[in-house]
Design a protein around this ligand. Structure first.
Ligand SMILES: Cc1cc2nc3c(=O)[nH]c(=O)nc-3n(C[C@H](O)[C@H](O)[C@H](O)COP(=O)(O)OP(=O)(O)OC[C@H]3O[C@@H](n4cnc5c(N)ncnc54)[C@H](O)[C@@H]3O)c2cc1C
Length: 307
């Protein structure tokens, strides 16, 4: 996972991450504009219920509500469990594929806390405002700290002292917040999807409190700055986005689920056993992250097959 986070480069800067002006949704907007400029029609709020398969070939999709759309090529950007066990009948697939998808591990383990702030946090290690607030801030004081944070999740609890990756996008893009105010995005590990007793509203708030209290030890003025707080657990991520078990990368980036094994051996080249039905999401190689890698490689395979 850590290696995955540090691969790639942006504009020649190796292992760099970047901020998107206008927030992450602006990337989707830019991709949509480019597609429309090439003649694509994009439908949103149009959930696909199932892929229509006739004679071993995908011939289109059926939307929730009953509308059917015919297509020669159907490409699923959903995670492997949904692609192979919800959109099509698993009984029509080879047993090795179904078994591989059953074994494929999701186990979402991260949460998100977004804060609207009345001003900037003051970190005791680097007091005052400065360039450090424009970059990535990591709360990971030692290897032991990280290991203890993971130990809690291993036994079904969220970390009492979590590991946090923090950015303040409004420091880079002032349009993200009103003048003088800021937004802080906190990516938190670990928060297991299968929390002991399950996630409830109370546990979500307790998780949010733990994050804020932990961070306040490093930036004591934080709590007094909070105007609004949004806490997302893996259960929320699953409910809102549909990502199975709230895994942000459509499945763990563990060694046995990478490269030619993603999502499962023998079915890792975007093709599926159903002719005309392809997979292209983060559950395929090279995995999650806003990089378009899986989609590009899938598109090249589809074009090759059509040639
Ligand atoms: C909380 C969180 C934080 C993240 N942070 C970062 C980050 O900082 N940097 C980074 O690079 N990556 C980050 N990621 C990962 C990144 O967002 C994903 O890896 C990336 O979006 C994967 O793209 P995708 O197109 O494969 O799948 P998705 O973005 O998951 O797209 C799948 C699409 O299919 C739609 N869909 C689902 N079911 C249906 C259906 N039945 N019918 C029709 N449509 C359907 C969904 O609404 C969604 O739009 C984060 C993810 C999460 C959840």
């Amino acid at each position: 996972m850590l290696r995955h986070h540090y691969m790639g480069e942006i504009d020649g800067a190796f292992r760099a991450w970047v901020f998107q002006k206008g927030g992450t949704g602006a990337i989707s907007g830019a991709i949509a504009s480019a597609a429309r400029a090439h003649g694509a029609e994009i439908r949103t709020d149009a959930a696909v219920e199932r892929v229509i398969v006739r004679g071993g070939r995908a011939t289109g999709v059926a939307l929730e509500g009953g509308e059917e759309i015919a297509a020669n090529v159907v490409v699923s950007g959903l995670d492997p469990r949904l692609t192979f066990t919800r959109l099509v009948e698993p009984q029509s697939l080879p047993a090795d594929l179904v078994e591989g998808v059953r074994r494929y591990k999701f186990r979402g383990s991260s949460g998100k806390v977004n804060l609207a702030l009345a001003g900037l946090p003051d970190f005791t290690c680097l007091p005052g405002h400065g360039p450090h607030l424009r970059g990535a801030i990591s709360i990971s004081p030692s290897i032991d700290y990280l290991e203890r944070a993971y130990d809690d999740a291993k036994y079904g609890e969220f970390s009492r002292h979590p590991y946090m990756d923090i950015v303040i996008p409004s420091m880079i893009d002032p349009g993200m917040a009103p003048p003088g105010k800021h937004v802080m995005s906190i990516f938190v590990q670990y928060a297991p999807h299968n929390l002991n007793g399950g996630w409830t509203d109370e546990k979500r708030e307790a998780f949010g409190d733990t994050v804020v209290q932990t961070l306040s030890r490093y930036a004591p003025n934080l709590e007094s700055l909070i105007l609004h707080r949004q806490v997302l657990t893996p259960a929320d991520i699953e409910r809102i986005t549909g990502l199975t078990e709230g895994n942000i990368f459509q499945g763990e980036l563990a060694l046995q689920q990478l490269f030619f094994l993603r999502p499962v051996p023998q079915w890792a080249k975007y093709r599926t056993p159903i002719r005309g039905y392809w997979q292209c999401g983060a559950g395929t190689h090279p995995g999650g992250g806003i990089m378009g890698g899986s989609g590009r490689l899938a598109a090249l395979e589809i074009l090759k097959a059509a040639a």
